[in-house]
Design a protein around this ligand. Structure first.
Ligand SMILES: Nc1nc2c(ncn2[C@@H]2O[C@H](COP(=O)(O)OP(=O)(O)OP(=O)(O)O)[C@@H](O)[C@H]2O)c(=O)[nH]1
Ligand SMILES: [Mg+2]
Length: 384
């Protein structure tokens, strides 16, 4: 008989609880060999779904909860403490009882009839916000699979609507592919406009150094947070200006690289001083940036309406007093996720899914709807 596989479902790092899933024909016997129930009988004789308290692991072992799942393939989950030593002890005991660590990409292929659902469950373990977890849970419950099936039916009967449905799905992948890594937002501007003060105000604590002298920030300082439930890495950068100082120049190079790779750049301007030529150059070189007029608590030296770009506007804030931050965060959310998915919407969430959607689109544009349907049918069937 083949050896059962196991996989740690929870993400690596600190956590109160870790979950180890074991599956395969002999999974229950193998877990019974390492699980010592506090009371009662073996897992083999327990009902599926019944939580059993006991110990598992080498030596004394860790106090754990074990549960048999009601799945076509025999499966047990062991919930142990989340510290690395507790997990390592349970894993070592499972390995010595004959289980093998699962190295595949998907959670446990074969226990789910839908590999897309298995991939979504796998990603769910890494979701950092409730909002992103809900979207992945919808996909785990079949939202994407059902939409692909609808799309295939429309392709088969040559419906005009198939193209729009396919394009909508491709559009939503821009969100889906960001659910785990999140978006990057970079704060830019000339020295001393208040970038670091604004960064701290948005992070909620004094992460970056703030000082009256220009040229204070050198390294890119980052902080992971979430705006409106969307995970974001916010980055404070060196003020941009010509300089002979080698260290400052190196900081400015880093700032420019961070801007080039960002999903969104804020260009911060100081509203309490007349705009300088450096500000105007930055306004020209950062065409898609969100404009932020800072130091609104001081008397204004210029009118933000002079600068508002068509359709974008300019957000006025005081990083010092915290005013305007709600509007700024709302503007960031709107720029990053202008059209959030509704509950239950299909959202592609892996690069291989997006590749297949583009492949299907190319077939469709070439007048080959059957080829497009074949590409869609293959989604999730091969490991990425
Ligand atoms: N009154 C007022 N002062 C501010 C505000 N924001 C920043 N400052 C002050 O402006 C000065 C520069 O602030 P920083 O946040 O260090 O500016 P920076 O843009 O990060 O500067 P560099 O790191 O040198 O590029 C400090 O003295 C801050 O206290 C604000 O909203 N109002
Ligand atoms: Mg700074």
């Amino acid at each position: 008989m083949s050896k059962p596989s196991f996989r740690i479902l929870t993400s690596q790092g600190r956590g109160a609880i870790a979950v180890v899933r074991v599956w395969g024909e002999t999974a229950i016997a193998v877990v019974d060999a390492v699980f010592r129930p506090a009371l009662g009988t073996s897992l083999a004789r327990s009902k599926a779904g019944r939580l059993r308290l006991g110990r598992a692991g080498l030596g004394q072992g860790d106090e754990v909860v074990a549960v048999r799942l009601d799945t076509p393939i025999p499966t047990v989950e062991i919930h142990c403490h989340g510290g690395s030593a507790a997990v390592a002890s349970v894993v070592a005991a499972l390995e010595s009882a004959g289980a093998r660590r699962w190295e595949g990409q998907e959670l446990d292929p074969g226990s789910s009839e839908d590999p897309i659902a298995a991939q979504a469950l796998d990603d769910l373990a890494h979701a950092s916000t409730l909002r992103t977890a809900e979207i992945l849970l919808d996909q785990a419950q079949g939202a994407l699979r059902r939409e692909l099936a609808r799309l295939s039916r429309e392709l088969e009967c040559g419906a005009e609507s198939a193209r729009a449905r396919l394009d909508a799905l491709i559009g939503r992948a821009a969100i889906g592919l960001r659910l785990i890594p999140g978006w990057t937002v970079v704060i830019a501007g000339r020295p001393n406009v208040g970038k670091s003060r604004l960064f701290n105000a948005m992070a909620g604590f004094a992460r970056a150094i703030v000082a009256p002298a220009p040229g204070v920030t050198r390294d890119v300082v980052t902080f992971r947070t979430a705006f409106g439930g969307w995970p974001v890495e916010l980055a404070d950068t060196a003020g941009l200006r010509p300089t002979r100082d080698a260290i400052e120049r190196s900081g400015i190079d880093r700032a420019r690289r961070a801007q080039a790779n960002a999903d969104l750049v804020f260009l911060v301007l100081d509203r309490s001083e007349p705009l300088r030529p450096e500000d105007r150059e930055l306004l020209e070189s950062t065409a898609g940036a969100l404009l932020v007029a800072n130091k609104a608590d001081l008397p204004p030296a210029w009118d933000p309406r002079e600068l508002s770009r068509e359709g974008t506007g300019i957000i006025t804030v005081s990083a010092e007093e915290g005013t305007g931050l709600t509007e700024l965060i709302a503007a960031v959310i709107h720029r990053l996720v202008p059209d959030p998915p509704a509950p239950g919407d299909a959202v592609p969430f892996r690069a291989d899914q997006l590749d297949a959607l583009f492949g299907a689109r190319a077939h469709l544009l070439a007048g080959d709807p059957a080829g497009a349907a074949r590409r869609l049918a293959a989604i999730g069937s091969t490991p990425p």
